[in-house]
Design a protein around this ligand. Structure first.
Ligand code: NAI
Ligand SMILES: O=C(O)C1=NCCCC1
Length: 312
């Protein structure tokens, strides 16, 4: 019973967290979350407190997954950094508990978990919602999440063209130089998204960066930034004209400025589409508004810990 708490550093977590193990677990847990009659998965909306002096917030993301007996909490600190800052926007730590005793089994760096599970969930949304013939991928915002999104999207799908754009041209150029495949760099988001089949917004902006009039009808947008109730990445036109999918209705109603301030109606949770209880409108313009969920961190942390343990 008195097990030792283990500390797993970022490189260890990265070594044991693989997309092909992660994706089916994320699909399973998001499906269970969206079953209205299920108590298998318990996850409140993230609670957040401001870190006024440093332009940030601390977020707490607990989750319990009964079917797998996984008890977990991620604690993250998010900062709105200046463009030229060398510091990351996000620091995250994941606590994995022994659910029977309440002791801490493992403390893990949460960086790679956050990067990979977020990108994997966006890829799940694309698998379900992007047009059947999707040739052009466009990524707006070229930070850490752009790297993991590029990795999984180019692994899972075959695009004829990948485009990127960021607030500063140098950032997009640096990104393009650092990834293995060909990438077209744009200095304007309007030009970058023209004709794109799938657009991923991965910015730290609190103002819209993507406008409905630029987006090709039928395109799929995975909107990953703007995680506070007064922040936007998308304009009202886009969000009102598209069919809106979210990871959690409760989370979107409390945390997503794009949903709250536009007054948009959420059509479905991604889990409902996975369960087959709500349709995936591939032929319409769709937006998946991602905010991140504690259950996604929990399945990731359990996966890492089990793999690490069997390697000992
Ligand atoms: N939905 C989810 O589960 C999660 C969402 N996030 C969010 O994803 C976003 C990206 O995170 P990171 O890549 O870690 O941040 P980062 O700081 O590494 O990169 C952000 C990028 O956005 C660019 N950017 C900022 N304003 C822009 C604008 N107006 N137009 C174009 N580009 C702009 C910056 O130049 C930078 O390249 C953040 O908003 C973060 O909160 C992060 C983790 C999980
Ligand atoms: O789910 C997460 O982790 C995050 N979501 C929004 C931004 C900060 C990290």
């Amino acid at each position: 019973m008195a097990e030792q708490t283990v500390f797993l550093s970022d490189d260890v977590v990265a070594r044991f967290l693989r997309y092909d193990d992660l994706i089916p677990r994320l699909e399973e847990v998001m499906g269970k979350f969206s079953q209205s009659d299920s108590s298998d998965v318990v996850q409140p909306v993230r609670s957040a407190i401001p870190i006024h002096n440093h332009n940030g917030f601390l977020g707490m993301m607990p989750a319990y997954i009964a079917y797998d007996d996984t008890l977990c909490m991620k604690v993250l600190a998010y900062y709105s950094r200046k463009e030229n800052s060398s510091l990351p926007s996000l620091k995250a730590t994941v606590l994995l508990f022994n659910p029977e005793y309440g002791t801490i089994t493992a403390i893990m760096d949460g960086t790679d978990i956050t990067l990979k599970r977020t990108a994997a969930v966006s890829a799940i949304s694309a698998k379900l919602l992007m047009p059947a013939q999707s040739d052009v991928l466009c990524i707006i915002g070229c930070g850490d999440q752009a790297v993991s999104h590029y990795e999984i999207f180019t692994q899972l799908f075959s695009f004829k063209e990948v485009r990127v754009c960021s607030r500063r041209l140098e950032t997009a150029e640096r990104f393009a130089a650092g990834v293995p495949g060909p990438v077209k760099v744009f200095s304007s988001a309007k030009e970058a998204v023209h004709g794109a089949d799938i657009i991923i917004t991965l910015t730290t902006s609190s103002e819209p960066v993507l406008f409905g009039e630029w987006v090709k009808p039928g395109a799929h947008v995975a909107a990953v930034g703007a995680c506070r109730p007064d922040w936007r990445e998308l304009d009202d036109v886009l969000i009102r004209d598209a069919v809106i999918y979210v990871d959690s209705r409760d989370g979107a109603a409390l945390e997503s400025g794009d949903i709250i301030l536009s007054g948009a109606e959420v059509f479905a949770e991604l889990g409902e589409v996975l369960n087959g209880t709500r349709p995936a409108f591939r032929n319409k313009t769709t937006v998946f508004k991602s905010l991140g969920m504690g259950i996604q961190d929990a399945v990731s942390a359990k996966l890492v810990f089990d793999k690490w343990k069997s390697s000992q």
